[in-house]
Design a protein around this ligand. Structure first.
Ligand code: ATP
Length: 478
């Protein structure tokens, strides 16, 4: 509960857009593919993905690896195996229907027109196969045929099944008040208890009725008889009234106008809520779920330093950041995505102490900062100046007995050094390296290297780090 509350507290507007956008895409997938095998396969893949994440979380290396492979292959399989279904869905819809259109509101099926059509067909001994789907989508069970969009009428039915019509063979599908497909091939029933006089037309009607909740009306070409196939039953239709009873019963059960609409909108609301929940879950799993901790060492970047000031010293050059986030995000983290910045805009000359916080750290979205080490940084700033310092030879030891160092001349006698104002205030002389007096027996000259007090002081002329030392030695007068 606490995790959930802290998560809601850190929610950014980008996260809300992220979840809503993807929920909508998922919902559109549902609207377009519901009732088809494609949606069931997609649901199966989604379930596999959930198991794969669990397997990763539990450290089951081979299982998660195998599932990952299956999921990758499944995307390809969907496109290859279900290319017809995908084409049907995509071809039948325009862009508006794909992006935000909702399934058409239910339109009542004109029962009278069907009854008149069927009886005209029977009277004229024109064979016919008419499919009235129930709640289930039958298109994936029907093969071939032609997409159609005609209003259901007696004349339309007669002309579809008229022998001269190239699509009279096969079944016509009626949805609402439209004929949506003609010449469709239905799956044949494998039953062996069908009446002997029933040929493939009746077997096709029985096949579809067995595999779906559709009502299939068969008009026999040979005998001019009408039967209806529903589930695994054949219902003889002896007159208009019994056909009307079957049709109204079937259509009423399938989608009774207002009840059907209510049922439909409830179904869509539940689907939308499920999509939202799924996406929120996925987001949670990516953003916070299966949380992992990682610590990274990041160099400190100093910004907005007064150009006249110099950083003399810092307590640290890098900080260690303890981050948390999902496994997936942490394993894809690249060093350049994390930065630690310190604003020196308000820093003054001397030692400045800064407390580091989230504001100093730049992180990619989805990662959270739990700790910074060290939490404080000290930065010493100073104004650099130049100063002329007299050079002094650092003599050590003693001259051999009887000798006296009479005079020493250093060239140049002064050296200009650069450094922080505070440091240079404490330095009055620049010394050479130690020169041993014990080795000197007579007057002469030598070259001595200058030593600098501390790294914060440097020579203005970098190459001139040596001086010439001329010395005169004389014998002590007894
Ligand atoms: N799988 C099928 N799907 C759709 N229609 C089919 C299928 N098989 C056969 N038909 C239709 O049935 C016709 C053949 O009917 P057939 O005479 O074999 O069957 P029947 O049950 O005896 O019907 P009828 O009593 O009308 O003769 C085909 O011309 C075709 O229009």
């Amino acid at each position: 509960m606490n995790t959930l509350l802290s998560l809601l507290g850190t929610l950014r507007w980008q996260d809300v857009v992220d979840v809503l956008l993807n929920s909508y895409i998922l919902f559109r997938f549902y609207v377009l593919f519901r009732g088809t095998v494609v949606l069931r396969v997609l649901a199966g893949i989604a379930l596999l993905w959930v198991f794969q994440r669990l397997a990763v979380g539990m450290g089951l290396i081979v299982t998660s690896w195998a599932m990952q492979g299956i999921i990758a292959g499944a995307a390809l399989i969907i496109i290859i195996v279900f290319r017809n279904e995908l084409r049907n869905v995509l071809q039948a819809k325009n862009l508006r229907a794909l992006l935000w259109g909702f399934p058409q509101q239910h339109v009542a099926t004109p029962v009278e027109a069907i009854i008149e059509g069927v009886y005209d067909l029977a009277r004229k001994r024109i064979g016919a196969l008419i499919v009235l789907p129930g709640r289930e989508n039958v298109h994936e069970l029907i093969q071939g045929g032609v997409q159609w969009d005609g209003k259901v009428s007696k004349e339309m039915l007669l002309s579809i099944f008229w022998n001269g019509n190239p699509v009279h063979d096969g079944a016509a599908v009626l949805e609402g008040n439209r004929v949506t497909r003609v010449g469709g091939i239905l799956p044949l029933s494998l039953r062996d208890d069908l009446p002997r006089q029933y040929g493939t037309r009746h077997r096709a009607a029985a096949g579809l009725a067995e595999q779906s909740d559709a009502l299939v009306i068969v008009v026999s070409e040979e005998r001019g008889r009408v039967v209806a196939a529903k589930n695994s039953r054949f219902i003889p239709i002896d007159d208009n009234l019994s056909l009307k009873r079957q049709l109204t019963e079937h259509l009423g059960a399938a989608r009774d106008s207002s009840k059907g609409r209510l049922h439909e909108s409830r179904k869509l609301t539940v689907a939308a809520a499920v999509c939202l929940l799924c996406m929120a879950g996925i987001w949670f799993s990516f953003a916070r779920g299966m949380e992992t901790l990682v610590s990274v060492e990041v160099p400190l970047e100093y910004l907005n330093r007064d150009p006249r000031m110099q950083i003399m010293s810092t307590s640290v050059n890098s900080v260690r950041l303890h981050l948390s986030g999902s496994n997936a995000l942490i394993s894809s983290l690249r060093p350049y995505q994390v930065k630690a910045k310190l604003d020196l805009g308000k820093a003054v000359s001397g030692v400045n102490t800064f407390t580091l916080s989230e504001e100093n750290i730049v992180l990619p979205p989805g990662l959270w900062l739990s700790r910074i080490e060290p939490p404080e940084v000290r930065v010493a700033l100073d104004m650099p100046i130049n100063k002329d310092l007299p050079v002094q030879v650092d003599w050590v030891g003693t001259l051999p007995s009887g000798l006296l160092l009479e005079s020493v001349t250093v060239t140049p006698a002064k050296i200009t050094v650069a450094g922080a104002q505070r440091t240079l205030a404490q330095i009055s002389t620049i010394y050479t390296e130690k020169v041993r007096l014990d080795d000197l027996a007579a007057s002469g000259q030598l070259t001595a290297v200058l030593t600098l007090n501390g790294a914060s002081v440097r020579l203005v002329e970098a190459g001139r780090d040596r001086v010439e030392v001329r010395y005169t030695i004389r014998r002590r007068t007894p």
